[in-house]
Design a binder for this molecule. Structure first.
Ligand SMILES: C[S@@+](CC[C@H](N)C(=O)[O-])C[C@H]1O[C@@H](n2cnc3c(N)ncnc32)[C@H](O)[C@@H]1O
Length: 360
């Protein structure tokens, strides 16, 4: 490494690759389209499946294969399964760190599983307004738009937002969206609400209108996947979450993350520092009660057991390091004489499950 390199130069040059892309053709530096097969498990009632996906194409195909003895297996009749479909996602196979939103990360697939499961086993997401932060390629939000009234896919930078628009276009036929999907710039380093342009002619492509900002105030659901990987970004993320969640309707955030371990010279051990910093923002369960006066408000975190969420998205290996958190924001007030009380955010609904898979 050159002594004169700034951190920014190094970040721009260093290429990283998501585990999800193992098996993608090597040597492709630009955009690549992968097919993700969504299989709906048998426990999902047929009536709900038909309501959500009845027009989808079959995704079960049988190719020529060989049995254990090496004998040729000829495909019989092509099997038609009406319980799966494919999503096409444009993504890069590798990227620099500032462009990681051009890749698909494992946490997005776990979050998609969760969203699909909720959608398939309940109606809690039907007709809601939702916003995904750091959406990247946008799979989870896109799936949600099948039942939601409005979904905002948000990220930072035109390259990533343009790619997200492309993914809406690629799947418009498949998803037959119930709701409206907006792609909008939402940089966590800037305050919420964002500046709105009243002059339509001078509006930038991914900027907000005042009516859209009002819709987000009414949103009940926030989503985020793989947004915990740098302490500075985690601070910025919780800053904007506080603004988003303290205004308008009660909101619940589902955040999927991948724990990443590094060797730390300070600790002389392998540690997940980014994860510890994230956890320092959360109080578990009902621990917001009994906090010291003046320490309100707080984020209440509940870890969801990922093993209980069936895998709808195929062809990815969940591994053990992805966690899913339900996070609520407790607005609190500090009273005179140092007493405090809390206003609990209303429960927006019960959970769901799902399962998914990536193919080339
Ligand atoms: C590891 S990627 C995850 C993308 C996608 N959610 C997934 O899991 O496939 C992190 C995402 O956070 C976004 N991000 C990073 N810093 C941000 C900021 N300051 N404001 C908004 N988004 C940001 C990146 O652009 C990127 O899309």
């Amino acid at each position: 490494m050159n002594g004169g390199d700034s951190n920014e130069d190094t970040e721009e040059r260093r290429q990283v690759m998501s585990e999800v892309h193992l098996g993608c053709p090597p040597g492709i530096y630009g955009p690549h389209i992968s097919r993700f097969t969504i299989s709906v498990p048998s426990e999902v009632e047929s009536s709900r499946f038909n309501e959500l996906f009845k027009d989808e194409e079959s995704c079960t195909e049988q190719g020529i294969g060989f049995d254990e003895d090496g004998d040729l297996l000829l495909p019989r009749r092509r099997q038609v399964s009406r319980r799966c479909f494919t999503m096409k996602i444009q993504h890069n196979i590798t990227s620099s760190i500032p462009s990681v939103g051009l890749q698909v990360w494992k946490a997005e697939l776990v979050l998609s599983d969760f969203v699909l499961h909720k959608m398939c086993t309940s109606t809690v997401f039907d007709g809601i307004v939702s916003l995904e932060l750091g959406a990247g390629t946008g799979l989870a939000g896109l799936l949600l738009a099948r039942v939601a009234e409005m979904v905002f896919l948000t990220d930072h930078g035109d390259k990533i937002l343009d790619n997200c628009v492309k993914n809406i276009q690629l799947n418009s036929g498949v998803l037959n969206h119930q709701g409206v999907v907006y792609v909008r710039e939402l940089d966590w380093a800037h305050p919420w609400p964002p500046k709105v342009s009243l002059d339509l002619a001078s509006q930038e492509r991914f900027s907000w209108s005042s009516s859209e900002v009002e819709e987000v105030q009414k949103a009940s659901l926030l989503l985020a996947a793989d947004v915990i990987y740098s302490d500075d970004l985690t601070d910025a993320l919780f800053g904007i979450l506080e603004r988003l969640m303290s205004q308008g309707s009660g909101k619940v955030l589902y955040l999927a993350l991948e724990k990443r371990y590094n060797f730390s010279l300070d600790d002389l051990d392998v540690v997940a520092n980014g994860y510890s910093h994230f956890r320092s923002y959360l109080r578990e369960g009902d621990k917001c009660e009994g906090l010291e006066p003046g320490s309100f408000p707080c984020f209440r975190g509940l870890r969801i057991n990922v093993a209980e969420i069936p895998q709808y998205v195929g062809e990815y290996d969940r591994g053990k390091d992805v966690e899913l958190w339900q996070i609520r924001y407790n607005k609190g007030k500090v009273l005179k004489f140092g007493l405090s009380f809390q206003i609990p955010v209303p429960e927006p609904g019960r959970q769901a499950c799902l399962n998914l898979f990536v193919a080339k």
